[in-house]
Design a protein around this ligand. Structure first.
Ligand SMILES: [Fe+2]
Length: 182
């Protein structure tokens, strides 16, 4: 289930707020410029649906989002037991970083946490099937899908060369591991 947990950056063990309902999560994240929506698929997709089927299923949502944001391309990424080099892949985004374009992800299946560091607070947005999150350019964040990731996600790009991690060097992510024991 979707879950937002908000902390003061100095107190990792003590949440200031937890929310499981989408309107509250969307409101809290909107306050820091992060877009969060729930998308209901108009069709039931098989877990092994190919990329074209996934893109077609969510095309109306994608067209709306891309029309509003000016993003030009979308693709499908899968990370599962067959993905090579999972530890290295996980490590790439496990430290605090920024990007020079919005990081837009929709969870087709599986789960993962975007953890955002904004104005002295840490927002752990644990996303699951049906969640759309857009992390704006320049926002400090990290991402974790756990040691055994099993995720299919849509990625939406304005400029595919912009999605490079610029590490901040702040070790804060070590104090705020993603919450998976929900
Ligand atoms: Fe990122």
């Amino acid at each position: 289930m979707s879950l937002l947990t908000v902390y003061d950056e100095s107190t990792p063990g003590t949440p200031l707020l937890t929310a499981q309902d989408a309107p509250t999560i969307a409101r809290e994240l909107a306050a820091i410029g992060v877009r969060f929506e729930r998308w209901e698929s108009p069709v039931t997709l098989a877990d092994d649906a190919d990329s074209d089927a996934v893109l077609a299923a969510y095309r109306p949502y994608l067209d709306r989002l891309m029309g509003e944001s000016g993003a030009g391309t979308a693709d499908v990424i899968r990370i599962d037991a067959d993905t090579p080099n999972k530890p290295a892949l996980r490590a790439r985004f496990l430290s605090e970083h920024t990007h020079s374009e919005d990081e837009v992800r929709f969870f087709v299946r599986g789960e993962g946490s975007f953890i955002l560091h904004v104005e002295g607070r840490v927002y752990d947005a644990h996303c699951t099937r049906g969640d759309l999150i857009s992390v704006p350019t320049g926002i400090r964040h990290w991402f974790d899908a756990g040691e055994n990731p099993d995720v299919t996600a849509l990625r939406v790009f304005t400029d595919t060369t912009g999605w490079v991690a610029h590490y901040t060097g702040d070790p804060i992510a070590e104090r705020f591991p993603a919450r998976f024991a929900l």
